[in-house]
Design a protein around this ligand. Structure first.
Ligand code: UGY
Ligand code: MN
Length: 251
């Protein structure tokens, strides 16, 4: 899916966006030290008016790149896409992840040539509830279940599905020819990164060919559907906001 010059598959609409890697612009990452990357999804996407309520970005590793905490009140999930990282002296490899509650402090490095996907969201504490502690793991060891009974659509949940967590990050793996069972329309918004393979995503009333390396933003209530196509299975990592009062979500 190479584009000739002057064209791109990237599109930013009022309730969804597809960001293809050919348009990535690398810039310094705020809140990280000596680090560059690409901010893929952010609240500025619709000029700050009703845009995404979270951040999704790519970290490009380097010899000096490191991070110690997220901004005040912000939770952060990191997912190693390729290469190596270290977290408080322990090695991380492709498909390892860590979730940090707000206020957590650490020494995180991302090696030269490595790529790390990050999701960040302001944590909304539950009245009288306790903020969860750090979670670490890997895609392979996360619980996975057939989605709505379809063994060709396996959904792995990286974080505990408990009310204390106000975000979920899942890895969805589809055998080629498998679809989401229906066109979903829901209050949760999504940030999605195509991890492998290809397919067609329906967003609103448009259909987009997508492949590994693409990013998708789906606003609350954006109708959505996917079919995996091609010779290999497809998979994507995606974020959603969960477990909070809908009346608290409006910006
Ligand atoms: O969790 C979800 O809403 C998921 N089924 N959506 C999606 O894959 N677009
Ligand atoms: Mn959905």
């Amino acid at each position: 899916m190479q584009s000739p010059f002057g064209t791109t598959r990237t599109i930013v609409e009022h309730n969804h966006a597809v960001i293809a890697p050919d348009g990535h612009v690398i810039s310094p990452l705020s809140g990280w030290h000596e680090t560059e990357g690409v901010v893929l999804i952010s609240p500025t996407m619709r000029g700050g008016q009703g845009g995404p309520r979270f951040l999704q970005y790519l970290v490009h590793g380097s010899a000096e790149c490191h991070a110690n905490s997220a901004p005040d009140g912000v939770q952060r999930l990191i997912y190693v896409l390729s290469g190596a990282a270290t977290l408080d002296g322990t090695g991380m490899k492709a498909d390892d992840f860590a979730w940090f509650p707000p206020g957590d402090k650490y020494e995180l490095t991302v090696a030269e040539g490595a790529q790390v996907l990050v999701f960040e969201k302001q944590y909304q504490p539950l009245a009288g509830g306790k903020t969860p502690s750090r979670v670490t793991g890997s895609h392979a060891s996360a619980p996975a279940e057939p989605f709505m009974g379809d063994e060709d659509a396996m959904l792995a949940t990286l974080l505990p599905i408990e009310p204390a967590f106000d975000m979920a990050v899942n890895v969805f793996s589809f055998q080629s020819g498998t679809t989401l069972p229906f066109v979903e329309t829901h209050i949760m918004e999504h940030g999605l990164y195509m991890r492998a393979g290809q397919g067609v995503y329906r967003l609103g009333d448009r259909w987009y060919p997508v492949q590994a390396g693409d990013t998708i933003w789906m606003a609350s209530y954006c109708p959505q559907w996917f079919v995996a196509m091609g010779k290999q299975p497809a998979s994507y990592i995606y974020y959603k906001d969960i477990h909070r009062d809908p009346l608290d979500l409006a910006q």
